[in-house]
Design a binder for this molecule. Structure first.
Ligand code: 7RM
Length: 630
């Protein structure tokens, strides 16, 4: 499969991928190491739903991520680890070293009785051992379930129990900016409620005091260090489970999304190389945590299967100061930088000197993921970080999709700020009306579905296939429903407007909250906004905006008036916020997404029943917003 180097080529390849998907994907699959070649490329039935890619094929994803690179790249750096502490030396881990470290952990797991198919929970900070642990599981065919090391003991216990993990890999503590989090005590509390966990392996990161439970807890350095550096990889079927990753559901019970070996490998590798136009010897940095799908796919599996050098960053963007990202880019000469709008908007609040102190000239491509990026933040990123010299790939995808679905291809797709632009080859989006009919024309708006399978789609929800079907395949029978709303403009470009449960209907007009937010963000005093609907006696629903300003306004009325005018100008008078509350922060999930469910309750005046707020980044901010509600 030739790489795409012009927009013409993209269009041609897209066409081919739709006309003959099996031929298209088998050409890409043939670039990997298979122990046995697959018998069929694709079998599918979205009504069940059942999807099988590369059935009959046998492989191990770690042989593709590490072993095959040892011939030419044994001494090339696979992972650069950058500490939470700017003055702690970074670690350069070569492919050879990665191979040996992964094998030692894999041998330890086998010694503890972990076999193919067993579930292993990984609850570790962003340290090299997290990467070793993930790949070690994959090497022996154990199913990894990474839980972001910031979740509470209750959330951790729920996830462990849902998939029946037999073992957990964790650490004494985690550093987060100037704080230390006692991971081990969180694990201890969780494990009181987790009967399936037989062993806990503890890595020493913070050297804090921990209590070790006899017969259950083992120190990492005591059980890993002496292991052999060679380890036979398990032979896996293409459709064997590679991992489970939990994503929050609307009901509160997290969904264990199941990803399988071959399809996930093929698609994350393909999209990594295509979207970012990755070239050998470039340095790639994705700032996500490995606890999220973005980290799984674009810190580990995508870059490593491509033989790239990937950065693993333990720290936060704002500490020791707001220049940390830019410092790391200068220090390592990062070429491709992939981050989230929430990070961009928070760094935008700092004086520009934090950016301008650093030499960012190594940057060639910028990426964005996680939320719609508003036009204003897009321009800030383009001008101040990319110096108008780097394409921005606004990549739309989900935990469920495994890899990037709709996105520009760097230096190939003509960009439009805030548009995820066009589908990747092989991806067939459809815009659906509320009544369930596909809208064929352009210049439309509706619900985003995908009508044909792609290799890295989730196969089920662990232990609950019925819920998988109900959530994703029943709204529009025979199609995968993303839960997102979108617009398709006159050029066929997609703009994701947010979750459809984030749509407000004002006097019969459908308004996407993201669109209103983007308009409000255009005001020069506004840093970030969250918009929700609230019951309105005349209009049905009214628009309630929670607004963060660079500086808290002393007298809000003038600013409120200006904000209303901007919205009126950009979208129309219908979208003007009825209520504008200035806040210092917004309730966010730990991956940086606004929890509109909570804001909606506040806007509705139902403050007594906010539901579960334990997965919030900063629960205190909710109290503050409640107190100031209009
Ligand atoms: C990768 C990831 C998925 C949801 C998705 C969207 C939103 C993600 C974009 C975006 C607009 C984007 N997985 N989303 N990327 N919206 N533009 N480029 O974030 O499972 O955690 O979230 O995130 O609503 O459905 S996720």
């Amino acid at each position: 499969m030739s790489i795409i180097s012009s927009f013409e080529e993209y269009k041609q390849q897209y066409q081919q991928s739709i006309e003959n998907p099996e031929e298209f994907w088998s050409q890409i699959a043939d670039t990997f190491v298979w122990r046995k070649k697959y018998d069929s490329v694709l079998k599918w039935d979205f009504n069940k739903p059942e999807v099988k890619w590369f059935e009959g094929g046998k492989l191990n994803i770690v042989e593709n991520c590490i072993d095959r690179h040892l011939v030419n790249k044994a001494r090339q750096t696979a992972i650069i680890w950058e500490s939470n502490f700017a003055d702690e030396p970074s670690r350069h881990i070569t492919y050879q070293e990665l191979f040996e470290s992964v094998n030692q952990v894999a041998n330890m797991l086998r010694q503890q009785g972990i076999k193919k198919g067993d579930r292993v929970c990984i609850y570790l900070p962003m340290i090299p051992q997290l990467a070793f642990a993930v790949l070690a599981c994959a090497r022996i065919g154990a199913v990894h379930s990474v839980v972001f090391a910031g979740f509470s003991s209750g959330s951790l216990a729920d996830r462990i129990n849902d998939s029946g993990c037999r073992l957990i890999l964790t650490s004494d503590g985690a550093y987060r900016a100037d704080k230390t989090l006692d991971l081990k005590s969180i694990v201890d509390e969780a494990l009181l409620k987790c009967p399936t966990v037989e062993k806990a392996i503890i890595y020493q990161r913070t050297k804090g005091k921990v209590t070790m439970k006899p017969n259950r807890d083992l120190w990492w350095h005591e059980v890993v260090g002496f292991q052999s550096k060679a380890c036979e990889a398990e032979e896996m079927d293409a459709e064997d489970i590679l991992f489970i990753l939990y994503t929050s559901g609307s009901t509160g019970k997290p969904k264990g999304m199941v990803h399988t070996c071959a399809g996930y490998m093929v698609y994350t590798n393909y999209t990594f190389k295509t979207v970012f136009q990755y070239q050998p010897n470039q340095l790639f940095w994705c700032t996500a945590d490995i606890g999220w799908i973005t980290g799984h796919s674009y810190i580990l599996y995508g870059p490593l299967s491509a033989g790239a050098t990937t950065i693993l960053f333990e720290g936060v963007p704002s500490w020791p100061d707001m220049g940390r990202f830019w410092h790391v880019i200068e220090k390592h000469k990062v070429n491709i930088f992939y981050t989230a709008p929430t990070a961009i908007r928070s760094l935008e609040q700092a004086p520009l000197s934090f950016v301008n102190n650093y030499d960012l000239s190594s940057l060639q491509v910028l990426g964005s993921v996680g939320e719609p990026i508003n036009v204003e933040a897009w321009h800030w990123y383009d001008e101040n970080i990319g110096r108008k010299n780097c394409p921005i790939v606004d990549t739309w995808w989900q935990t469920e999709t495994g890899g990037i679905m709709i996105s520009p291809i760097a230096n190939v797709t003509p960009l439009k700020p805030a548009f995820a632009t066009l589908p990747m080859p092989g991806i067939q989006p459809a815009v659906m009306s509320e009544k369930g009919a596909e809208i064929i024309e352009n210049n439309v708006e509706g619900r985003l579905t995908i009508k044909f399978p792609w290799p890295s789609m989730a196969r089920t929800i662990y232990g609950d296939h019925q819920r998988f079907r109900d959530t994703y395949f029943s709204t529009f029978p025979g199609m995968y429903f993303t839960g997102d709303g979108c617009k398709r403009d006159e050029d066929g470009y997609y703009r994701i407007t947010g979750r459809v449960d984030d749509i407000i209907i004002v006097s019969g007009h459908n308004l996407g909250t993201a669109e209103i937010e983007s308009a409000i963000d255009e005001h020069s005093s506004v840093c970030e906004t969250a918009v929700v609907g609230f019951p309105h006696t005349i209009k049905g629903q009214g628009v309630y905006a929670f607004v963060i300003c660079y500086e808290m306004p002393k007298e809000g009325e003038t600013l409120r008036q200006e904000i209303r005018e901007i919205v009126s100008k950009i979208i129309g008078p219908i979208a003007k916020p009825d209520k504008i509350q200035f806040v210092r922060g917004l309730p966010k999930t730990r991956s940086g997404k606004i929890m509109r469910r909570i804001l909606r309750k506040i806007a509705e005046g139902e403050v007594s029943s906010l539901g579960d707020t334990t997965t919030l980044l900063d629960p205190a901010i909710v109290e503050e917003i409640k107190a100031g509600a209009l």
